[in-house]
Design a binder for this molecule. Sequence first.
Ligand SMILES: *Cc1c(COP(=O)(O)O)cnc(C)c1O
Length: 396
Amino acid sequence: MQATTQLIHSIPVDPLTGAISVPIYQTSTFVQDAPGVNKGYDYARSGNPTRATLENLIAELEGGQVGLAFGSGLAAIDAVAKLLKTGDEIVAVDDIYGGAYRIFTQVYQQFGIKIHFVDTTDPEKVFNAITPNTKLIWLETPTNPTLKISDIEAIAKIAKAHRCLLCVDNTFASPALQKPLSLGADIVIHSATKYLGGHSDLIAGLVVTSNKELGEKIKFYQNACGNILGPFDSWLVIRGIQTLHLRVRQHCASAQAIAEFLEQHPAVDKVYYPGLKTHPHHDIAKKQSKGFGGIVSFSLKNDTAEAATAFVTSTQLFKLAESLGGIKSLVSHPATMTHKSIPAEKRRAAGVSDSLIRLSLGLEDPADLLQDLEQAFTTTETNLAGNRHTEKPVTC
Ligand SMILES: *Cc1c(COP(=O)(O)O)cnc(C)c1O
């Protein structure tokens, strides 16, 4: 059976009523026949049937043993970080998601957990950063917003040899394209807010592991710390996942078309998209994923925040907003939005130039998206030229 068919039919029809859609169990507690004698559920923080359906679904989709649903992607990251103890060290991708950077450096570092950021696109740098205290390697691939690719299989081998866990944040690729557990990772996390939810209408996080014992520990933290996903949002994520493969196929096709268009545009300096043969990690991306994703970044020849701001305020279909992975195309300017808190020199060194623009391709017709970008380039040029000519004469 093909993956899509398998996925759609792995969601059970309700055995009680035959409801073809998963029921939303909007309840806090479950009546017991006798103390400790129940139908599998006692209190809804510990377990809820709607959430359990989502947890089984994501475990199946990522090819893992245990799936767990949290109130946000960051809550999922937090639950994994709780596996560490004072004195332990993390080796993490240098181009890490800003929220992950914040929780590791501003929350966990104060509990005596050290974090080393390295360029994980070079497995040797990961190898060199490992100390006897390293317990966790943290990858994102592709990264945000310059879409760097790390070789999951090569790094999984390094992790195994040093008995540390490898966790991959699979948010950008989604399991429709990339399955880190099958490449040797121990844990996968998701911001389900993005492609899995897929409709920009919820905040949710997921953890999957191929190791039952590890799954039990994270499940313990889920219940002990209480950062669970509610039944309605669980239901929305299930609904999103049902169309994941179909949506991601279109996100990828549009991204490829737009990346190729941008690559030959005279106002564009660099284009970042793993699906382009010119991308430095194109071959690894091709080896470990079924597609190259729905995010494209590019910089302008006029490498100024002013030019980028003019561009991101000129698009009509691409809406100016943070986040990604939804139905509507989004545009953002990392230097003044998601990466604003990073010092300019550090930001530029990471490849986030002043004019870098990130696109999240939605599900509009790609021809309309191309036309919108064409029009934004023209409007930007006119506006910037207009500003130069209308500089006000100095009056006293
Ligand atoms: C958005 C995001 C997160 C955080 O997820 P939230 O659902 O916003 O808490 C983590 N990692 C990546 C790569 C993300 O894009």
